[in-house]
Design a protein around this ligand. Structure first.
Ligand SMILES: NC(=O)c1ccc[n+]([C@@H]2O[C@H](COP(=O)([O-])OP(=O)(O)OC[C@H]3O[C@@H](n4cnc5c(N)ncnc54)[C@H](OP(=O)(O)O)[C@@H]3O)[C@@H](O)[C@H]2O)c1
Length: 202
């Protein structure tokens, strides 16, 4: 398979990239890293990326940001960071990318545990994650030519524990092998419209 991974050099992305590269052709994309330069916040940049990469069998997005801050301090603009990056960045990858996925191919998006189990400071991140879950279920009903779409939602991953542990009291870090398997299930499996949760029901 030819697999495009946006965010393929990030904490999660590089592990997923390493795994798929063992048996597939992988192209990674990022704003400053990877084989192709793309900023998912910008539709023109997404279009230019697909023009250069051409058709693929799987598009995986493991990129997207949202502002973490106390709700009382969040401005309207602060919410737009998550809406433009993590939410619409991924929606636009699907909206534009549907013309660049081979029949029977797939999209895999990324959210996280905050959709179901938010912690303090995550009103924006939790909100966009939930929106992506609903988007994936809805758009799976309309994608043509057997194209599938799923979203991987993991808890705090092992490789990011040092950076984020203090935000997630009592959370069990998710082993990278388990996180990778969420993406494998989506890309190599047959399911569509699924929220692939990689955490215990905490
Ligand atoms: N870390 C966790 O424990 C965890 C758990 C569950 C879910 N998640 C979610 O998983 C995703 C990745 O997390 P991570 O920890 O791997 O993050 P990370 O280490 O910061 O990596 C993010 C990657 O995405 C790229 N990227 C960021 N914004 C982009 C944009 N607008 N356009 C194109 N590429 C962009 C970055 O490369 P450039 O800088 O070159 O653009 C980088 O390679 C995030 O959405 C995060 O919320 C993370």
């Amino acid at each position: 398979m030819k697999i495009l991974i946006i965010g393929g050099q990030g904490t999660i992305g590089k592990k997923v990239n390493d795994h798929f590269a063992k048996k597939h052709e992988v192209i990674t994309g990022g704003r400053n890293s990877g084989n192709v330069i793309v900023d998912s916040v910008n539709s023109k940049s997404i279009e230019a990326m697909f023009e250069s990469v051409a058709k693929v069998d799987a598009i995986v997005c493991i990129a997207g940001e949202a502002k973490w801050a106390a709700f009382e301090s969040m401005t309207e603009e602060d919410f737009y960071i998550g809406l433009k990056s993590k939410l619409m960045g991924q929606v636009n990858l699907v909206r534009i990318g549907q013309a660049y996925v081979n029949a029977g191919g797939s999209f895999t998006l990324t959210t996280g545990i905050l959709a179901d189990h938010p912690v303090a400071l995550t009103t924006s991140a939790a909100m966009v994650n939930g929106g992506i879950h609903s988007f994936v279920k809805a758009v799976s009903l309309e994608l043509k030519d057997g194209i599938r779409i799923n979203v991987v939602s993991s808890g705090l991953v092992e490789d990011a524990v040092e950076k984020y542990e203090s935000y997630f009291p009592g959370h069990n870090p998710i082993p990278m092998r388990k996180v990778i398997n969420g993406y494998v299930k989506s890309v190599e499996g047959k399911g569509t419209g699924e929220v692939i949760r990689m955490y215990d029901n905490c």
